[in-house]
Design a protein around this ligand. Sequence first.
Ligand SMILES: Nc1ncnc2c1ncn2[C@@H]1O[C@H](COP(=O)(O)OP(=O)(O)OP(=O)(O)O)[C@@H](O)[C@H]1O
Length: 240
Amino acid sequence: MNESISIRQICKRFGDKTVLHNIDLSMKEGRIYGFIGPSGAGKTTLVKMMVGMDKPDRGSIHVLNKTVPNLHLLQEIGYMAQSDALYTELTGKENLTFFASLYKLKKAEMKERITYAANLVNLTEQLSKKVSAYSGGMKRRLSLAIALIQDPKVLILDEPTVGIDPELRFSIWQELIRLKAEGKTIIVTTHVMDEAERCDYIAMIRNGSIITRGTPDELKEQYNATSFDEVFLNAGREKQ
Ligand SMILES: Nc1ncnc2c1ncn2[C@@H]1O[C@H](COP(=O)(O)OP(=O)(O)OP(=O)(O)O)[C@@H](O)[C@H]1O
C-alpha cells in the first residue's frame, strides 16, 4: 500500500503554549486512522495543518506526494470541520451545488455526486429546505456530504458523527469502510471509543504529543484492557 500522508516533526505554538510537539506520522491509502485524545489535545490543530488551513512552526506535511499547502490538493482532500461552514440562507441542495461547482466535475457527474452524498447522509428529502431551518445534526450531515462531494482521495473528518443518531452513524461508518476499500485514506478525530475501535490505526494525542499508537488490538494488549475506554484511561494515567 502506498503512503498517502507523511507528517514529519511538526511543532506548533500559540503564544507561549506548545500545542503540537514533534509529531511524526505516516499514513497509507486504504486505511482509516483515528486521532483520539481529550479536549484541547491538539487534534483539530493537526488536521487543519494537513488540509493546509494552518501552518506548522516547524516540520513538514506531504499529502499524495505534494507539500502542504498546495492548491491542487484541494481537489483531493475532503475536509469536514468541527464547526459547520454552510450558507444558511441557501437550501441544502444549493449548498451542495455550490461546493460541487468549486471542483472539476462534469455536469452529469456533479448531479450524480449530489444525489450520492445527500442519500448517504439521509438528507435527500430535506434538500429543498433552507439550511437555517435544519437541526444541528442535519447541518453536520450536510457538512459531511460536502466533504465527500468531489470524491476526494483523502477524507479528513473532524468529529464527523457528533449530533448524529446511532442508526445513521452506523451507516456512515459502513460507507467509510467501503470508501477505504476503494483505496481512500480516511482520518477521523473522535471522542467516541466504539468509533475508535473501527479505525485500522489509532494515534492517541495528549498535550500535543502522540502518547501511543497502533491498531486497536495492539493498544488493548499494550494496556491490558478489554475495552477501548480502558485503553484511553490507562494510557492517559500513565502519562500524568
Ligand atoms: N488559533 C488559536 N489561537 C490560540 N490557541 C489556539 C488556537 N487554536 C487552538 N488553540 C489551542 O490549542 C490547543 C489545542 O486545540 P485543538 O482545537 O487542536 O484541540 P482538540 O484536541 O481538537 O480539542 P477538541 O477535542 O475539544 O476539539 C487548545 O489549548 C486550544 O485552546
